[in-house]
Design a protein around this ligand. Structure first.
Ligand SMILES: Nc1ncnc2c1ncn2[C@@H]1O[C@H](COP(=O)(O)OP(=O)(O)OP(=O)(O)O)[C@@H](O)[C@H]1O
Ligand SMILES: [Mg+2]
Length: 244
C-alpha cells in the first residue's frame, strides 16, 4: 500500500525559536510509524501541524494525495484523522461511556440510533480496557486510564489515521504490554497509526518505521533496529551504555 500521509519540508518557528526545521517523512497506509526524540525535539509540534492545531511556517502536509496544509482543525475528523491531544479534556460530568458515545456520535460513522452508537462505544471500551469503568467519571481515574479514555474517544470517531502522543507515559510494564496489544488490535482493524513514544520497547515492538527528531530536525529514519544501531541516535537519544 502507498502512503496515507506525506510530510515535506515542514517547519514551524515560534518567535525566533525554530521548533521544527525542514522535516520530511512518509507514513505508510496500514502500518505503525513511530516518532522518537529527546524532550523539546519538536515531535508534538509536528502532530499539532498534522492535526490543524498549528499552521506550518513552511512545508506541505499531504493526506491521501490531498494537500491539507493549514486546514482548520474541525476538518480532520471527517477526513479520518484523529489524535489523542485534540480533545484535551474529557467531558468531566459525563461517564466514561458517555464520553466515548459522544466521540462516536461526532465521528464519521452515521448511526441510525443512539443504541447503535452505544453498542459501538461499548465495543471500543472493551477494546481499550475501560469497560469495567464505563460508569465512572473521568476524574475518578488515574492518568493511565485517562490516557486510555483519550485513545477510546479518538478511536470512536472511526479514524483512518490515529496520532498517539505519548499515550503510554505513566504505565507500568504490564500496562505497557497491554497498550501494545491494544495498538496492534487497532492497527489490525485497518487504522494506520503514527505514535510519539519514549518507551523504546514499545517502539521496537510496534513500529515498522521510525523517525528520529532532535532539535527540530529529522536526524534519522528506518526500522527500529536501524535507528537504534545508528551511532548518532545512540549518542543523542539513547544515551550512554543503555542497550534497552
Ligand atoms: N506554542 C508554542 N509557543 C512557543 N514555543 C513552543 C510552542 N510549542 C512548542 N514550543 C517549543 O517548541 C519546541 C518543541 O516542542 P515540542 O512540544 O514539539 O517538543 P516534543 O518533542 O514534543 O517534546 P516532549 O518530548 O518534551 O513532549 C520546544 O522548545 C517548545 O518549548
Ligand atoms: Mg511532546
Amino acid at each position: 500500500m502507498g502512503n496515507i500521509l506525506s510530510i515535506s519540508g515542514l517547519s514551524k518557528s515560534f518567535r525566533g525559536l525554530q521548533a521544527v526545521n525542514n522535516v520530511s517523512f512518509n507514513v505508510r497506509e496500514g502500518g505503525i510509524t513511530g516518532m522518537i526524540g529527546s524532550n523539546g525535539a519538536g515531535k508534538t509540534t509536528v502532530f499539532n501541524m498534522i492535526s490543524g492545531v498549528l499552521v506550518p511556517t513552511a512545508g506541505t502536509i499531504t493526506y491521501r494525495d490531498q494537500d491539507i496544509t493549514g486546514k482548520p482543525s474541525y476538518c480532520y475528523t471527517d477526513m479520518g484523522i484523529a489524535r489523542t491531544f485534540q480533545i484535551m479534556k474529557p467531558l468531566r460530568h459525563m461517564s466514561v461511556l458517555d464520553n466515548v458515545i459522544s466521540g462516536a456520535l461526532y465521528g464519521r460513522k452515521h448511526y441510525k440510533s443512539a443504541k447503535e452508537a452505544k453498542e459501538y462505544a461499548e465495543e471500543i471500551l472493551q477494546f481499550t480496557g475501560l469497560y469495567e469503568r464505563r460508569n465512572w467519571l473521568p476524574g475518578e481515574m488515574g492518568t493511565p486510564f485517562k490516557k486510555r479514555l483519550e485513545v477510546a474517544r479518538a478511536l470512536a470517531t472511526d479514524p483512518d489515521l490515529l496520532l498517539l502522543d505519548e499515550v503510554m507515559a505513566g504505565l507500568n510494564p504490564t500496562e505497557t504490554d497491554e497498550a501494545i496489544e491494544l495498538f496492534r488490535a487497532i492497527n489490525a482493524r485497518g487504522t494506520t497509526i503514527l505514535l510519539i513514544e519514549h518507551i523504546m520497547h514499545a517502539v521496537a515492538t510496534l513500529c515498522e518505521e521510525v523517525v528520529v527528531m532532535h532539535h527540530g530536525e529529522k536526524v534519522a529514519e528506518g526500522t527500529p533496529e536501524q535507528v537504534m544501531n545508528d551511532p548518532y541516535v545512540i549518542e543523542i537519544y539513547l544515551g550512554k551504555g543503555d542497550d534497552d
